[in-house]
Design a protein around this ligand. Structure first.
Ligand code: PLP
Length: 384
């Protein structure tokens, strides 16, 4: 198949080549192959499709687009982002040590603590935006550096290339969760990462209506091991969900531009509000990660976090917002606001939460693609 050299907004729709020849009708929208099994043409023969846990054309088409968007070797899809993370962690063994960002998605922290630690793995959490802290945390048995950048919810930015050099020096893998910026704004594999992780539930699918996850492999060995893992552990992506993600990705470029435009306008507006105490958005020049973000990303995304003057104000805002919904999750067309203290980060030990800057006054917003004046008016009435 001829590989093209399309730009990212074209790749979101077509990938870099043509779809698999299995689809011969010319249907513009890729069909949903809603089947559990496939008939064999003869004894010892296969169409290449045997059983839906292992192969599905719709899923394969979504994986092809994600691989091309992330400049990877292959992509393996999962029922949810957490299914992707937990299957990926199965590549490691008892006694292996991991250095991870200390401001991770709450569910990933829960996976590490409740599953991987129980099974004998060891974890050290550091502020990975501080390279000397990363270097100091690496041990003899460190097998993986696991980062999110920007982080959730405090939007800290880690220098992916610099961390990849530390990983290479010590012979460990670097995995980057790219859920927040998506391949439209950031390509970790180009910066030296070995694996990219996605909760496709968020921006890739983009409409707050399904769950999915991807592991994008930077080399064949990881790809092969992950294929074996999904075949074995079974949390594969359903055909209809794969189709929803395929459809969502077609508009990734226009959505990401609008998410970002709205987020920047809201971040600037919040900065001037009397009841707002701090605004964390890596697209603001006074954000500590701004310089690194400018260097390694093509944009800053649609997530922002802010502190208000008291717990009462925070609760009032959450109860008063109308257009903006008080809900978990992120990355969809609808603007959502969460309260990390009691929601996404409820399981993080209190001392750790506070050290990371998450307290009763912290609000996180996933800025949607509504009209920004309507969003600002909603925030203004909620803060009044
Ligand atoms: C949501 C999320 C996950 C988990 O994905 P699910 O699809 O909810 O299982 C992992 N990492 C990040 C950064 C997320 O935002």
């Amino acid at each position: 198949m001829t590989r093209m050299n399309y730009r990212t907004d074209t790749v979101c729709i077509h990938g870099q080549g043509s779809r698999e020849a299995i689809e011969t009708t010319g249907a513009i929208s890729f069909p949903i192959y809603q089947t559990a099994a496939y008939a064999h043409p003869g004894v010892g023969r296969s169409t290449g499709y045997d059983y839906n846990r292992v192969q599905n054309p719709t899923r394969k088409e979504a994986e092809r687009i994600v691989t091309d968007l992330e400049h990877g070797v292959d992509t393996i899809s999962f029922a949810t982002g957490m299914a992707a993370v937990s299957a990926f962690m199965e590549l490691f063994a008892p006694g292996d040590h991991v250095v991870a960002t200390d401001d991770l998605y709450g569910g990933v922290i829960r996976q590490f603590r409740n599953v991987n630690e129980k099974n004998g793995m060891e974890f050290t959490y550091v502020d990975t935006s501080d390279l000397s802290a990363v270097e100091a945390a690496v041990r003899e048995n460190t097998k993986l550096l696991y980062i999110e950048t920007p982080t959730n919810p405090m939007m800290q930015v880690t220098d992916i290339r610099a961390v990849s050099e530390i990983a290479k020096k010590h012979g460990c893998l670097l995995a980057v969760d790219n859920t927040f910026l998506t391949p439209y704004f950031q390509n970790p594999l180009d910066l030296g990462a070995d694996v990219v992780i996605h909760s496709a539930t968020k921006y890739l699918e983009g409409h707050n209506d399904t769950l999915g996850g991807f592991i994008v492999a930077g080399n064949e060995e990881i790809a092969e091991r992950m294929r074996q893992m999904v075949k074995t552990t079974g949390a594969c992506l359903a055909p209809f969900d794969a189709w929803l993600i395929l459809r969502g990705m077609k508009t990734l470029s226009v959505r990401m531009e609008k998410h970002q435009e709205n987020a920047l306008a809201i971040a600037r507006w919040l900065t001037g509000q009397p009841k707002v105490r701090g605004v964390f958005y890596s697209g603001l020049p006074d954000h500590p990660g701004y310089a690194v973000a400018q260097r390694q990303c093509r944009g800053y995304g649609g997530m922002l976090t802010f502190h208000v003057d008291s717990q009462e104000t925070a609760h009032r805002v959450l109860e008063r917002v109308k257009l903006i919904k008080f809900a978990e999750s992120l990355g969809g067309t609808e603007s959502l606001m969460t309260y990390p203290f009691t929601q996404t980060h409820a399981d993080v030990p209190d001392e750790k939460r506070r050290a990371n800057g998450i307290d009763e006054t912290t609000l996180r917003m996933s800025v949607g693609i509504e009209n920004v004046e309507d969003l600002i008016a909603d925030l203004a009435q909620a803060l009044a």
